[in-house]
Design a protein around this ligand. Structure first.
Ligand code: C2E
Ligand code: MG
Ligand code: MG
Ligand code: MG
Length: 277
């Protein structure tokens, strides 16, 4: 990445790299401000029962529409928030907003609906943050099992003893845990057996290839069968086509989520989606 040596022997960095870095810092400062101003929003994507087509729950996904930067993807700013110490505050904001919104749905009669909330493992380790989840659920007078915590498999495999503690803690509290993006990380099958998450979410990458790639099909089918044997619920992420849905149904996948059904939408639209069914 270095362009070579300058006249006085000092490394000259690639101009692109430098501007990329400056852009990152600018984004970090904008994000800091957005979090402080509570200018982020939370949208919800339905998770559907594959057999009945009924909405079972929604995944809360943070959205950032910045005045200057426009729409910024969480895939871009979540890593920044993690890197620059903003993730706890962000996570707390999303959790509060999700609980507030779920309370509205429950009060309107949709009491069977759950929300699942993404949490970075960085928000938990060496902290009483897991207690916060439970406290916030209480604060909004929701049942403990109304909020599901999603953690990604890749981070989960890193500190598996910490994760074990985390999962045990949530289990005691009757808070469900989903292992997100399953199949992309390095955790072994035995890790799944040991950790025993309540839900496994099969990563979109495998669903994307399910029609063309027999390997992906085998893998997805294996994860579904394993989950069933272990009594773990399974969600296929990123379902975009009727054909994918058909295959997943044949594999007896329980839940599906993806653009085929709906993108993440604001709370008002959740009502519309629920009323339509
Ligand atoms: P994720 O938790 O795996 O969330 C699913 C992502 O896939 C979402 O992207 C969703 O919009 C997208 N998606 C859903 N269905 C489809 C589909 O059919 N096709 C395609 N191409 N994409 C689909 P999004 O909202 O951009 O979020 C990206 C990631 O950012 C999330 O992946 C999650 O890891 C993270 N994230 C989002 N919100 C939060 C949050 O509040 N806290 C934390 N810690 N992370 C979050
Ligand atoms: Mg997720
Ligand atoms: Mg995922
Ligand atoms: Mg993902």
């Amino acid at each position: 990445n270095m362009k070579g040596r300058g006249r006085n022997g000092v490394c000259e960095y690639d101009g692109d790299l430098q501007s990329e870095y400056l852009q990152k810092l600018r984004l970090r400062d904008r994000l800091k401000k957005a979090i402080a101003d509570e200018a982020l929003t939370v949208y919800y994507q339905p998770i559907v029962d594959a057999q009945t087509g009924q909405i079972s729950k929604f995944e809360a996904l943070v959205r950032w529409f910045d005045e200057v930067e426009g729409f910024v993807s969480p895939a871009v700013f979540i890593p920044l928030a993690e890197k620059y110490g903003l993730i706890k505050q962000l996570g707390s904001f999303v959790l509060h907003q999700a609980c507030r919104d779920l309370k509205v749905l429950h009060d309107a009669g949709y009491e069977a609906i759950c929300f699942s909330v993404n949490r970075s493992v960085k928000e938990f380790i060496n902290n009483a943050e897991e207690e916060q989840v439970w406290e916030v659920i209480q604060q909004y007078e929701l049942p403990d099992n109304a909020i599901i915590v999603e953690i990604t498999e890749s981070t989960a495999s890193k500190e598996s003893s910490d994760i074990q503690c985390l999962l045990n803690h949530f289990k005691q509290r009757d808070i469900k845990v989903a292992m997100d993006d399953f199949g992309t990380g390095y955790s072994s099958l035995s890790a799944v057996v040991d950790l025993r998450p309540d839900i496994i979410k099969i990563d979109r990458e495998f669903i994307k290839e399910i029609e063309q790639s027999p390997d992906s099909q085998t893998l997805v089918s294996l994860i579904i069968d394993l989950s069933e044997k272990l009594g773990i619920q399974v969600v296929a992420e990123g379902v975009e086509t009727q054909e994918q849905l058909k295959l997943l149904r044949e594999m007896r996948c329980q839940y599906v989520q993806g653009f085929y059904f709906s993108q993440a939408v604001p709370l008002e639209r959740c009502f519309t989606l629920l009323q339509q069914q």
